[in-house]
Design a protein around this ligand. Structure first.
Ligand SMILES: Nc1ccn([C@@H]2O[C@H](COP(=O)(O)OP(=O)(O)OP(=O)(O)O)[C@@H](O)[C@H]2O)c(=O)n1
Ligand SMILES: O=C(CO)[C@H](O)[C@H](O)COP(=O)(O)O
Length: 435
């Protein structure tokens, strides 16, 4: 197997850690070493998403075929040092949530019913651990509370929050304020403004010694339950625990309005488009095209390999984008094999896998009937594998020995490939485009 790889040192970190990268694997090892006490999570997901203005509560809105809440659960579940993830939902969404848990295979998730306010829902989630009969949810030392609608939480921050909560009793993520906060008079005039540099926005996740936050909720007032928005405040007011504040990244923001869903989708798509694997076979022209494509795809981390053998599964953990170059007209058996394998394995369960079949035409001799058969077969394969979350596209490119013409074709091939990978548009699968 041949392997060539572009440098990745100047690339941004994954928001939401969608793919298992080396840095995360080592962070998880660090997490395991540093966290030698039980940690659990409560995800309040019992709201109705009024400000989103959709019939479906925002935590159940889908991004790339998967409910938003599943991304958030996965951000915790993938960490070996985190135990049970209690998901708190409204009673009427119980079955919906159980279906999501089953379909997305969220093995650490436990679903409980929430209340009429966020604080009531969080308290319900905490009570799941105080049951003496349920051995599935033993009481943790530290509990992380995180809004179900903040899908991009990374391991290093979770680790800091957890360790600070263990030391101080409470901890929370903060961000600098974007706008200045002002107080208004009852007549709608400016009363005074706060000195922005002195204040921070309180975000999530927050971490607590379980006993402290549980006691704070037991002691807090009906007014707190109904109108309060800050768990850290409850820990301070009712248990005298001053939270340690930790600055988090901008990706912690809460999906609140419709535009936030679009932004979350864009972040996920961008992250999934950061790498690709080009499978070129052994033929000289295909290898030449693979190298030209790799050079043009310089904004992505790319590997060129000869074949996608079952024994060689290393490439699977690195990317969810595959470009298969074949020179034999009408022969997409290799692509078929690969697409089927993704469908059969778990690789496409959480994120759609893109397979771009590049057909390098060495001659222009294929007759129209042959082309129609080929397209029909390709479309039927694409509609089959999309059931397993594999998005299959085709691009034809004519080989030419005229350098300028070839360069233009390769440039077009690059642009179409990038557009298909970035957009992950299900409606375009089964199309045979021409570069
Ligand atoms: N009774 C409630 C209300 C809110 N939440 C959860 O608390 C988190 C943050 O709240 P927010 O963004 O306000 O969600 P919603 O209440 O759903 O939105 P809105 O205020 O626009 O109605 C969300 O994950 C939401 O599902 C909850 O578990 N139980
Ligand atoms: O980040 C917070 C906790 O400190 C917010 O207060 C929390 O997400 C509440 O959500 P909302 O008030 O918008 O329902």
């Amino acid at each position: 197997m041949q392997q060539e790889r572009c440098s990745s040192s100047d690339r941004p970190l994954d928001p939401g850690c969608l793919l298992e990268r080396d840095a995360e694997r080592s962070a998880d090892r660090l997490g395991c070493a540093a966290v030698d006490f039980p940690v659990a999570v409560v995800l309040p997901a019992g709201g109705s998403g009024e400000r989103m203005g959709l019939a479906t509560p925002k935590q159940f809105c889908t991004i790339l075929n998967r409910p938003l809440i599943s991304f958030t659960i996965q951000a915790f579940e993938r960490l070996s040092w985190i135990g049970t993830v209690v998901v708190v939902v409204a009673k009427e969404n119980h079955d919906l949530m159980l279906n999501i848990v089953q379909k997305c295979n969220h093995t650490k998730a436990k679903v409980v019913h929430g209340g009429t306010s966020r604080h009531r829902s969080i308290f319900s989630g905490l009570q799941a651990f105080s049951s003496t009969t349920d051995s599935l949810t033993p009481k943790p030392k530290v509990v992380i509370i995180h809004d179900a609608v903040r899908p991009f939480v990374e391991e290093d921050l979770l680790l800091k929050i957890t360790l600070a909560a263990k030391e101080q009793g409470a901890s929370g993520a903060i961000r600098p304020l974007v706008s200045t906060v002002i107080a208004t008079t009852s007549e709608g005039y400016l009363d005074h403004s706060l000195e922005r540099a002195k204040y921070r926005a309180s975000e999530m996740p927050q971490g607590f010694l379980y006993d402290i936050i549980f006691q704070a909720y037991q002691r807090c007032s009906e007014f707190d339950f109904e109108f309060g928005t800050e768990c850290l405040h409850l820990a301070l007011q009712y248990c005298g625990t001053n939270a340690k504040l930790i600055e988090g990244p901008p990706t912690l923001w809460k999906v609140t309005y419709k535009r936030d869903l679009a932004a979350a989708e864009a972040i996920i798509k961008e992250t999934l488009s950061m790498s690709a694997c080009i499978i070129a076979g052994a033929e000289a022209e295909a290898v030449e095209l693979a190298k030209a494509l790799q050079k043009n795809l310089n904004m992505m981390e790319t590997d060129v390999i000869q074949c996608a053998k079952e024994s060689n599964t290393e490439y699977l953990s690195k990317t969810r984008n595959f470009i298969h170059i074949s020179t034999t007209a009408s022969n997409f058996l290799g692509t078929l094999d690969m697409a089927k394998r993704f469908e059969d394995t778990d690789h496409a369960r959480l994120y759609p896998v893109v397979v771009v079949w590049v057909q390098l035409n060495m001659t222009k001799q294929s007759v129209d009937s042959q082309k129609t058969d080929e397209l029909t077969a390709f479309r039927s394969l694409a509609s089959e594998v999309i059931q397993g979350n594999v998005l299959l596209y085709g691009i034809q490119i004519d080989h030419t020995k005229v350098p300028e013409q070839w360069e233009r074709s390769v440039e077009r091939l690059t642009q179409i490939t990038v557009a298909l990978i970035r957009d992950r548009n299900a409606a375009l699968t089964g199309q045979l485009l021409h570069a």
